[in-house]
Design a protein around this ligand. Structure first.
Ligand code: XIL
Length: 313
């Protein structure tokens, strides 16, 4: 079959998948084979999160993340870093910190340590993930960082990342922000303010955790992505998956899933997006496996969504 990687390469598009080092296993040869044949970029699904790299305050643990990065580099794949500052996946020691100064320093040290370690190998980072809440008016989300440091934790995280690797592209990343809506308005205002303040931000990631109900046109994804492009920012779809709805005839759902993937990629390309990343490789190892949301099925066979992407690329 056609190689999505070759098609994406020809377009200069990053086409990626979230990966788990546990699947780089001699007993699972189809995993590495599929990843290398169809994707020119990878993201660590969990290995680069704070708890993954820095569970012990005194020492980073880079082994699993290094394994992913070394494999990717060997295979000629670009690495997206995910993620430096997130309210989730924090080790217990972070919650024990009591003062603004100490947490600010800990956050800066974390960002500096991680970005420095991967400098030259990880080309772009989700510096801050999911900082905007889903509550009415979409204020910033409660987290140790917001609550102790204050809203400028975001600017400070980007400044630390930029200082550690001036060549890395720095992203703000969030979910339910794909279309025009109150939450994407809040992200827009957030990143516009950062640009006004001269904060080094280069792009916005749109996770696109969707289901087959999602209407790319109706949600006005294109107008949304375009307004971020008009700010001079890169945009990427960073965690795409499209769940099937339970209790519906399978053929129709798979066709609908393919249409959502197709519409999303077409829209992404229409605004010259920098990347399109699926959140996993095959349905069986998806974080939402029950919804069979990816483009390869449990036995690594391409689904209708695969063909839809191949056609758009
Ligand atoms: C998810 C992983 O897929 C799971 O394996 C893990 O248990 C929890 O995190 N938004 C994000 C990702 O930015 O980091 C999340 O990944 C999914 C939602």
């Amino acid at each position: 079959a056609v190689s999505l990687r070759a098609l994406a390469d020809a377009r200069g598009l990053l086409f990626g998948a979230a990966v788990n080092h546990t699947l780089f296993d001699p007993n699972e040869p189809d995993y590495a084979r599929t990843l290398n044949r169809h994707f020119n970029a990878v993201v660590a699904e969990n290995a680069m999160k704070w708890a993954g790299l820095h569970n012990n305050r005194e020492a980073f643990a880079f082994g699993f993340a290094d394994a992913i990065v070394d494999t990717a580099v060997k295979n000629g794949q670009t690495v997206r870093g995910h993620t430096l500052v997130w309210h989730d996946s924090l080790p217990p020691w972070v919650y024990t910190i009591q003062t603004r100064e100490e947490l600010l320093r800990a956050m800066q040290d974390h960002v500096t340590g991680v970005v420095t370690h991967f400098r030259g190998r990880v080309r772009m980072w989700d510096v801050v993930n999911e900082a905007v809440s889903d509550a009415p008016g979409h204020p910033l989300r409660s987290s140790p960082f917001l609550n102790l440091i204050g809203p400028d934790f975001i600017d400070e995280a980007f400044r630390a990342a930029h200082a550690a690797d001036p060549d890395a592209k720095l992203y703000y990343n969030d979910y339910n922000t794909d279309g025009l809506n109150g939450k994407s308005d809040a992200v827009y205002e957030l990143v516009r303010g950062m640009l006004v303040r001269g904060v080094p931000i280069h792009g916005v990631g749109f996770q696109a955790h969707l289901n087959t109900d999602f209407d790319v046109r109706g949600a006005q994804v294109q107008a949304n992505l375009q307004r971020f492009r008009d700010l001079g920012l890169d945009v990427q779809m960073t965690e795409v998956d499209v769940q099937l709805r339970p209790g519906r005839p399978e053929a129709g759902e798979l066709a609908r899933q393919a249409a959502v993937y197709r519409d999303l990629l077409r829209t992404c390309l229409s605004v010259k997006c920098a990347g399109f990343v699926t959140w996993g490789v095959t349905d069986f190892n998806s974080w939402r496996a029950g919804g069979r949301p990816l483009i390869f099925d449990d036995v690594y066979d391409p689904k209708p969504a695969f063909a839809a992407l191949a056609q758009e690329l």
